[in-house]
Design a binder for this molecule. Structure first.
Ligand code: EPZ
Length: 419
């Protein structure tokens, strides 16, 4: 086990190169199951979640090769039951259901457990598979889907928290080889869904409308191998923007798509920060004053729930009263209690955090819980008085490629030590 020691008070300046998107690479790796031919993916980030997905693909019978950021997968002959011991470690494993169902007509995957950010149901995924003609059963912790022939259908994919990202991915991947046309209404509009649709189309699928709430998929006979470069990670990028806001003089993010970050830049501009941008870079600079915010996390193109914890770390030392609500995962506030250990003044009521800014946080030992809450604690430590010790760093390594090294290259002073 390792922990991260953040020595507060350093000023960040310089450039940081953003990695490929974890939340795009995971479903795209699953999509390689849809063809017997080799697929080559570029800019795959080096993360433990990616390692888990590659292990699952290997255990299903795929040939998996990785050389730095390039991954080659060949799913020539595969089994359709994912091993519990790996699947239980990562909810996103659920996105192998769709491609296995699409290609083999069956799949058995252990049900994703809940996690600290809240309940993680898959009822919308299963509703989609049933609409395509699959029989769904849940038995002793496993979900099993079975279909003789998958047929096109019109599917409404909206739950009480809006659409579902991996649910949209799963239904898309099950529908690409189905007979006939499938319409997904109330689809998730995230850029990672668009990236998956672009990859599937390179494999020979016929998908239109990805990125809108209505996706149309015309089933085809088979898919072939393809090459694809994963899009930049907009959440890693947003996390570094907040690092620049908390402790930066001038922080520039390179190799990104600024259009994917509009919902993060806008509140930071409202909070008083200045930006310069180009086709593939974004720079954040301090403004003359900082303002509190009313923030509502919601499905894309709204403010992302995966950036909510990081913004709380910034608002904790923003003078005035900020209000943060997460409409996607209403209980995703594990970071609040840890930030309060550092002196933050945060009151929770009914899924809303009321943050009264304090002049400075104090470094303290804190516990990482989920991936983004852990990143938020590192960010809070950047400007805290003294040393912040973030335990259970494995949470961060799930979704951030060498975040301590990248922050140190910007001027932070962060040590990674054995716990
Ligand atoms: C994806 O998870 C992301 N993970 C999450 O990022 C992200 O927070 C989430 O989308 C929302 O943007 C990956 O892409 C690997 P959802 P996903 O299905 O697809 C409810 C991170 O930090 N729901 O869009 O699992 C659900 O409970 C991770 O990188 C149902 O009710 O999320 C939630 O309230 C964390 N029934 C809401 O919908 C379902 O069948 C959105 O969930 C499915 C979901």
């Amino acid at each position: 086990m390792e922990k991260i020691l953040v020595h507060g008070g350093k000023t960040l300046e310089g450039k940081v190169r953003i990695s490929g998107s974890k939340n795009s690479a995971l479903p795209i790796l699953a999509a390689t199951l849809l063809t017997k031919e080799p697929c080559v993916l570029q800019r795959v980030p080096d993360l433990s979640d990616i390692h888990y997905m590659l292990t699952i693909l290997g255990r299903l019978g795929c040939e998996v090769e990785r050389a730095s950021g390039v991954v080659r997968v060949t799913a020539e002959s595969i089994t359709t039951t994912a091993p519990y011991d790996i699947v239980r470690k990562m909810r996103a494993s659920v996105c192998i259901l769709g491609p296995l169902l699409g290609r083999e007509g069956e799949a058995t995957v252990s049900l994703p457990g809940g996690c600290v950010i809240g309940d993680r149901p898959i009822d919308l995924h299963l509703r989609g598979f049933e609409a395509l003609g699959a029989a769904v059963s849940v038995k002793s912790g496993n979900v099993r889907v079975l279909a003789q022939d998958l047929h096109g259908a019109e599917i409404f994919l909206r739950g009480k928290f809006g659409s579902t990202v991996l649910g949209t991915d799963n239904v898309m991947m099950a529908a690409v080889l189905a007979k006939g046309t499938t319409i997904i209404d109330s689809a998730a509009e995230e850029p990672e869904v668009v990236d998956l649709a672009n990859f599937l189309n390179k494999m020979g699928a016929k998908i239109e409308g990805a990125g809108t709430r209505r996706i149309i998929i015309e089933g085809v006979k088979e898919l072939h191998g393809a090459e694809h470069e994963i899009i930049p990670d907009r959440i890693e990028a947003g996390t570094f923007l907040v690092a620049g806001a908390i402790a930066g003089k001038s922080v520039t993010l390179t190799r990104i798509n600024p259009r994917h970050l509009e919902a993060v830049v806008h509140p930071l501009q409202e909070a008083g920060f200045l930006f310069e941008s180009g086709d593939d870079f974004l720079r954040i600079l301090p403004g003359n004053s900082r303002k509190p915010l009313h923030l509502e996390a919601m499905p894309y193109p709204g403010f992302p729930t995966d950036m909510q914890a990081q913004m709380c770390a910034l608002l904790a030392t923003t003078d005035g009263i900020s209000v943060v609500t997460d409409h996607v995962f209403p209980h995703r506030f594990m970071h609040a209690s840890e930030l309060k250990r550092m002196g933050a003044n945060i009151e929770m009521n009914e899924g809303t955090a009321v943050v009264q800014g304090v002049p400075k946080l104090e470094g303290a030992p804190v516990m990482a819980s989920d991936l983004r809450a852990s990143a938020a604690l590192v960010l809070a430590g950047l400007s805290a008085e003294g040393i912040t010790e973030v335990n259970r760093v494995y949470h961060i390594d799930r979704g951030y490629e060498r975040i301590d090294e990248k922050l140190n290259d910007l001027g932070a002073e962060i040590e990674r030590v054995k716990a």
